[in-house]
Ligand binder design. Structure first.
Ligand code: SF4
Length: 407
């Protein structure tokens, strides 16, 4: 089974039209993936393909439209490309070595170096068979680079090596149980199988948690909430941790001893995908929400909306009931501009299961830099449903922080 896109290391090829990005994609994959032509602007929509790449493991490489694309449609493509770079783990600036840098290239490189400083950046000089333009050589000098000839494939091995070498600069995504269990521990996972559960399979957070326990040489006991009590009472040893679906948190908490470590899948994944501490600060700041504030609900994909949709219906209703009644809500799937962001008191973000940690951390940083508070669905609903502070017990510092703020 292919690795989920959100779990692959995202590599994005960026450059002006006709820089050789699509040919580079074909060189990397050693086959025709992107359509190439001498006519500028052949790539209109991003093309993504997955492969195994040395020490990076599974990667997803995206070929993007040229950042000097023209016209109204072209501008939209440019915005799309810039949005993709926000979720990339490694940006690859592609530029022909025989031509002087264009104005657009100067802008792109400035954007990638200054505004996206957390993301490793490398440069590929295409047309390596042609003489180097002196200005271009100076222009790309601050960035690690490699020369590639897309006609012969020369330089592709060096490119793979340079990409692999970026691994040490990447922020590794923590695993669901990082630091919470040790070899030989037992974890009990509670998975309610009700009408909302997908037929014949477990959901991704449950599967990933089981796999993580196996990787850590631990054992897992997976039970439904109805069977928990009898299985738990028959255990010879107390499990290290119990992890449950949030929906049945209270039932689970009532069935197990008070001194049993307990948390929810949504808390584990809020930590894995984002910054649990930052999300908790958002919860602590709920009580300071000024009258008439604007709140932004941000999602990461266009999932099918149901009647009692969490983002557009449930969260605004609960917020108005429990925090402030006179607040306005906006909804978005893309990060607003810096000026737009400043209008909000808080962002409440979805779990981000379809995006990678880089994209979530990039969003967090941009939101935090504007002085806007942020939390996520899991923490907010956990707070609303009274899961806190108990579900924070495995994270002692955060547990204390919450107790101090709400006592
Ligand atoms: S939680 Fe996942 S499915 Fe829901 S909006 Fe966010 S990314 Fe999409």
């Amino acid at each position: 089974m292919a690795t989920a896109l959100a779990e692959s290391t995202r590599i994005v090829l960026i450059g002006i039209r006709n820089a050789g990005k699509s040919s580079l994609m074909n060189t990397l994959f050693e086959k025709n993936i992107s359509i190439i032509s001498d006519r500028p602007g052949t790539t209109t929509d991003p093309v993504t393909r997955q492969m195994e790449l040395g020490s990076l493991g599974p990667v997803a490489v995206t070929d993007t439209a040229g950042l000097d694309d023209e016209g109204e449609l072209g501008k939209l493509r440019v915005l799309k490309t810039l949005e993709i770079t926000a979720s990339s783990a490694i940006n690859v600036f592609v530029t022909p070595q025989d031509r002087a840098p264009t104005e657009e290239e100067r802008e792109i490189l400035k954007e990638l170096i200054l505004k996206n400083s957390r993301t490793p950046l490398i440069c590929v000089l295409t047309h390596s068979d042609l003489p180097v333009d002196r200005e271009k050589a100076e222009f790309v000098s601050p960035v690690p680079k490699v020369k590639v000839n897309n006609l012969t494939g020369e330089g592709s091995e060096e490119l793979r090596n340079l990409l692999s070498a970026q691994k040490e600069k990447l922020t590794p995504e923590i695993s669901p149980l990082e630091g919470l269990v040790s070899e030989g521990d037992l974890a009990v996972l509670v998975a309610p199988i009700d009408l909302a559960a997908p037929k014949g399979r477990l959901i991704m957070p449950q599967v990933e948690t089981i796999r993580d326990l196996l990787d850590k040489d631990c054992a897992s006991l997976v039970v439904k909430d109805r069977e928990l009590l009898s299985f738990y009472n028959n255990l010879k040893e107390k499990p290290k941790i119990v992890i449950t679906d949030s929906q049945v948190f209270h039932k689970v908490a009532a069935d197990i001893p008070e001194d049993q470590l307990l948390t929810s899948f949504s808390i584990l994944f809020a930590r894995k995908k984002g910054d649990l501490e930052e999300f908790l600060k958002g919860i602590i700041n709920l009580k300071k929400t000024p009258e008439g504030s604007r709140i932004l609900v941000m999602e990461s994909c266009s999932h099918h909306r149901q009647a009692d949709d969490i983002g557009t219906v449930k969260i605004p209703r609960l917020f108005r009931q429990l925090v402030r009644s006179n607040v306005d809500f906006d909804f978005t799937r893309t990060l607003p501009s810096e000026e737009e962001l400043e209008k909000y008191y808080m962002v409440i973000h979805c779990a981000g299961c379809m995006i990678n940690r880089e994209k979530m951390m990039d969003r967090l940083e941009r939101i935090r830099n504007k002085g806007v508070h942020i939390t996520n669905y899991g923490l907010f609903l956990g707070w609303v449903n009274g899961l806190l502070p108990r579900a924070l017990e495995p994270f002692r510092d955060l547990y204390e922080e919450y107790r101090d703020a709400f006592d």
